[in-house]
Write a protein that binds this ligand. Structure first.
Ligand code: PGA
Ligand code: ZN
Length: 425
């Protein structure tokens, strides 16, 4: 039984205010969670409640913290924490809007995650183990950023995430070993070119490049120089985050200052798939470009994983529709995009039911909270996206997975190549 819910303001990895929630149960168990925050957001996401005004660029969370302490807490006290769905539904009803705008997506998701943590604590097991509930689960294939871009790097290049995946690694720990070498090598390469300028929001190198293709070249070179075979051993994964520069079928790149229609943009991406060892592409088209998604997936879904993020906003109904449309082969799962743990899990379940892959994902604004490491493993999602291989809000998540892999001991299995999802039809 929930006996206490306490909200407070803490700070995220961009130095912005965010909401932390503590939940206490009658048995003495305790759970805590911190709301993350996106920068490139889908328009269908649950929205955070921010105070506006002068302080902290209008991003203060005084009202969201008050919502936890004055409305959400009193409504949840006395409820059975084992019934996550009921707890989450109570918050959704209390909010009363379609988008969590009254109480705040930040207030609600932090509470939802803290309740889940308290339940696991009550069972005296780590969260991943509580979620696995005795089933065999796999450590996820990590998707790790080497160069940042897009909204996370002042649009210095158009593409948001230039990442690698190590599907041929034998374990999660080995995938990190390989990534560490590629990340280090990419840093040396940038230094040699005289273009090492620190890191972007998620810890990838600041993209001091003249074109998107130049970043891809540098990434391939880094993989090779680190001693790996670009392709099935260490492959490239992109988050295009195309909603940031594509609306109503017009894609306008900052680099080169050129515009393309959907078909032209798809053929540019197709050229990249031909020229570079790309295993996965997220949000290749704008969130409003359903036909573009269908065309792209029809053309390339058999050889490249195609992920919906802003397009599907961790929404089970949208996931099912996209599966019917054959518009993606995999779904990004962000708890704060859905709004609650229950809704995030429903989106994951919908994807799985339709044969689509799932990637549990962090946001560009993060914290020391490592819940997504547990969700990705405990839910057996197959993949995990956290950002780069620097900055402790990112490393905390990778390191937590190492501990989980160690705890599993001889039972530990790594999703590896099987974590990826190509067109199932
Ligand atoms: P965001 O970026 O957290 O800024 O939305 C992450 C992503 O687009 O996957
Ligand atoms: Zn994305």
């Amino acid at each position: 039984t929930i006996i206490n819910v306490l909200g407070r303001r803490v700070w995220d990895s961009r130095g912005r205010p965010t909401v932390e929630v503590d939940v206490r149960l009658k048995c003495g168990a305790f759970g805590r969670a911190i709301a993350p925050a996106g920068a490139s957001m889908g328009s269908g996401e649950a929205v955070d409640l921010r105070d506006g005004g002068e302080a902290f660029g209008g991003l203060n969370v005084g009202r969201a913290v008050a919502a936890v302490n004055e409305e959400i807490g009193p409504a949840l006290v006395g409820m059975d924490a084992d019934l996550q769905e009921e707890v989450d539904r109570a918050m959704i009803t209390l909010d009363g809007t379609g988008n969590r705008g009254r109480l705040g997506g930040n207030a609600i998701v932090a509470t939802s995650m803290a309740v889940l943590q308290a339940r696991a604590a009550a069972e005296k097991v780590p969260l991943w183990q509580y979620l696995a509930a005795g089933r065999d689960v796999r450590l996820p294939l990590p998707e790790i950023q080497i160069f940042g871009g897009g909204a996370h790097a002042a649009r210095r290049v158009d593409i948001q995430d230039f990442m690698i995946m190590c599907p041929a690694a034998g374990s999660f720990a080995e995938a990190l070993d390989w990534t560490a070498e590629v990340y280090r090598t990419a840093g040396l390469l940038m230094k040699k070119r005289g273009s090492l300028q620190g890191v972007a929001d998620e810890g990838g190198y600041w993209p001091a490049f003249r074109s998107n293709e130049e970043v891809l070249e540098a990434l391939v070179k880094s993989i090779e120089m680190a001693g790996f075979k670009p392709g099935d051993e260490v492959g490239i994964s992109l988050d295009v985050a195309a909603s940031e520069f594509g609306k109503a079928g017009v894609y306008t790149l900052a680099l080169g200052n050129t515009s393309y229609d959907t078909d032209e943009w798809i053929s540019i991406l197709g050229q990249w798939l031909d020229d570079y060892p790309i295993l996965s592409v997220e949000d290749p088209l704008g969130e409003d470009d359903r036909q573009g998604f269908q065309t792209f997936t029809r053309l390339y879904g058999g050889r490249c994983q195609i992920i919906g993020d802003d397009y599907l906003v961790t929404n089970a109904a949208r996931v099912s529709e996209a599966a019917k449309d054959k518009a993606v082969t995999a779904v990004l799962i962000k708890p704060n995009q859905a709004g609650t743990i229950t809704e995030a899990f429903q989106a994951l379940a919908a994807a799985r039911e339709q044969g689509l892959g799932t990637i549990v994902s962090a946001r560009s604004g993060e914290s020391e909270d490592v819940i997504i490491s547990h969700l990705s493993t405990g839910w057996d999602a197959g993949q995990l996206k956290v950002g780069s291989f620097s900055r402790s809000e990112r490393m905390a998540k990778w390191n937590e997975c190492l501990r989980i892999e160690e705890a599993l001991g001889s039972r530990a299995r790594f999703a590896g190549r099987d974590g990826l999802a190509f067109a199932p039809w």
